[in-house]
Design a protein around this ligand. Structure first.
Ligand code: CDT
Length: 323
């Protein structure tokens, strides 16, 4: 019998700085209602889905930024998401800023079942941006200021989704650009990767020219390659549109294990895209070209874990010089 899970990327349009969580949550509940009407079993919301993408705002006193963080999940404000999940029999993925009781700050994603249980938690490892105010940038990207590097590794859980056990894994935004992150999930036989993102349409680093259209290309390239090279489905959901005057691109996608885009968002607002994922489609890749047990060569991959930055090789010398 085919193992089909119906998934949705629930893209969110912008959430402005002044908007309370309750407004975003109501929009998300409406998307869950629509997902249910379309027979969806798993809904994937974006990274930091409850508020504006606050790392663009500088707080000299970091403690002031705590107002962007959740200290409980669920809370009074997020409870409607858990109630909708129960009402509609949906699992959902949510990205949010997490503050732990011992004072840790993480960019976090969770996978919740219809009973409201958190089946998987992941904390973002690849934090982009910078820790100090950068006067050269028109828009700040202060993830390194407000978050610690995730301390949960890249876990995969085998848990019921749509009534059958599925190997599910999570990444968050910038993680999608790092093949090491995908491979750690692949090495746990992941079948469905869920990830949310907030990606500006323009590179603010101002360290060279990058054509605007390449931003979406790079996002899609990395997700399609990650899915193909690890024989997994992937759901990648954007927060999109103009938020606090800063444009984030949309283009949320659902990708199959061949790396093909099965569905893509066409607006930069609240939008639901869906796909039926036949998990048996993961088998071809993982038993042939990406049969890791047969073909991987970890003895040749030492630099991947021994080294962080790139090291150029010594200059080639002609052996004739010594003659
Ligand atoms: N949120 C997030 O990780 N955004 C980054 C932007 C990189 S530009 C500093 C991304 O990889 O999309």
């Amino acid at each position: 019998m085919a193992r089909i899970v119906t998934v949705a990327a629930a893209q969110l349009g912008p959430i402005q700085k002044a908007e309370p969580r309750s407004v975003a949550v109501q929009r998300m509940v409406r998307l869950m209602e629509r997902a249910h009407a379309r027979g969806v079993q798993v809904v994937v919301f974006p990274e930091l889905a409850l508020t504006t993408f606050f790392p663009r705002h500088y707080h000299e006193d970091r403690a002031e930024a705590d107002s962007w963080f959740e200290t409980a999940m669920p809370s009074n404000e997020t409870a409607p998401l858990f109630e909708a999940a129960r009402k509609y029999g949906l699992s959902f993925h949510l990205g949010y800023a997490e503050r732990t009781p011992d004072g840790g700050h993480y960019n976090t994603a969770i996978l919740v079942n219809p009973q409201g249980e958190i089946m998987l938690k992941y904390r973002k490892v690849h934090l982009p941006g910078h820790a100090e105010y950068d006067p050269a940038r028109k828009v700040q990207h202060l993830e390194k200021r407000y978050f610690e590097v995730g301390n949960l590794g890249f876990p995969v859980v085998r848990a019921p989704l749509g009534g059958m056990p599925v190997n599910a894994g999570l990444l968050i935004c910038n993680d999608r650009r790092w093949p090491e992150a995908w491979r750690v999930l692949g090495l746990q036989s992941v079948e469905l990767v869920m990830l949310g993102y907030n990606t500006p349409s323009i590179n603010q680093d101002a360290k060279g020219f990058e054509a605007h259209h390449l931003r979406v290309l790079h996002s899609h390239l990395t997700i399609q390659a990650g899915a193909y090279q690890n024989a997994t489905f992937a759901v990648a959901t954007a927060k999109a549109g103009t938020e606090d005057g800063c444009e984030l691109f949309g283009n949320s996608i659902i990708v199959n294990p061949q790396g093909e885009i099965m569905a893509e968002a066409t607006t930069w607002g609240d939008e639901l895209i869906t796909a039926d994922c036949d998990l048996d489609a993961c088998t071809l890749g993982r038993t042939t070209i990406f049969a890791f047990d047969k073909h991987r060569r970890p003895e040749a991959y030492g630099r991947i874990i021994d080294q962080v930055g790139a090291v150029a090789p010594p200059e080639w010398q002609s052996s004739r010089a010594a003659e």
